[in-house]
Ligand binder design. Sequence first.
Ligand code: KG4
Ligand code: ZN
Length: 381
Amino acid sequence: MRILGIESSCDETAAAVVADGATILSSVVASQVDIHRKYGGVVPELASREHLRQIVPVVREAVLQADIALRDIDAVGVTQGPGLVGSLLVGLTYGKVLALALGKPLIGVNHLEGHVHAVLLEAHAGGRAPKLPAMCLIVSGGHTLLYRVEAKSNASGNGALQLSYSRVGGTRDDAAGEAYDKVARMLALGYPGGPIIDKLAVHGNPSAVRFNEPKMGGNQYDFSFSGIKTAVLYYLRKRPELQPEIDAREQALARGERNADALRVLSSATTLDLVASFQHAVVEGLIRRTLAAAEQFGAASVLVSGGVAANRELRTRFEEESRKYGLETFFPSRALSTDNAAMIAAAAYPRLVAGERADASLNAQPNFPLGKVVESLELKV
Ligand code: KG4
Ligand code: ZN
């Protein structure tokens, strides 16, 4: 079963061919990061316009790299949501028309379910299937969510793992990746902020600046990142002496000098300490809540996916800490951490096998929820 996956929910136009939900035959991603860089974030109108330019060549390239013809595809899986409506519509409409023209089944895929499958895809390829139920942290520029993932009890379909999802927690304000991007912007470290802060943080002292844990009532597995962003802003306001180096980095970025070494040379120890402390606070907060939820909801393993899952400190610290709980943590490769279409094709596979079919009425769902919410979860005793 070869599924063509199409993804266009945010600022990456992606297409991939995946066999049996497990073997990646091709995965093509056209990133728009150069277009959105000068605005310091994704501009929805520009994103949809760029998807329109890219969708046809990207799909063609994915089919070419898979060394097949379009008619050899068994189904089309396309991201239905959540995401930017104008962006979603481009991939969705193209996928729909393609499936209709080829006379192949069409499957609408939840982008978040795709992120879960990004981890499973590679874990299976490596012969290490994560034990279920798992606690899955999806952490990107658009999402910070915790899901309990388990095998469906009433699964139909042979051989394909059918999963069900329960939402355990999520961010109340910014996503973690968004906090990375905003802090990087304040410090003139370029866009996207995550990869550069990842590289600079190792040169600073992570305990130099103390950030308070966000105090929130209600669900203890919710996240909040707007407080730490504001704390960084106030920290900088109190230190006008840092302004000249911020200006110098701004000029370096304007000249196109974006690599970590170039920016590090223009950064004082105070700035590197701030960056390291920010990352430390974000990483420890993510890990603490995820592992507490894993324990509470009886998870047998931990999955971490989304753009921020590429972070090196997050990976090492997650592995160290989860071991203490006797849990193994699984991450996708860096390429599958950020948005891609292989994860969409992989998520479409069990649905295809179970007989799920979308028709021409399939529409974009910008706020598409995944699974049920925590209230209906049975707690581990
Ligand atoms: O999953 P993704 O490509 O797109 C969204 O769905 O948002 O994630 C992009 C986000 C950005 O906020 C970026 O700063 C962050 O992931 N990111 C990282 C790293 N690489 C990307 N954050 C921390 N460390 C990284 N190495
Ligand atoms: Zn995503």
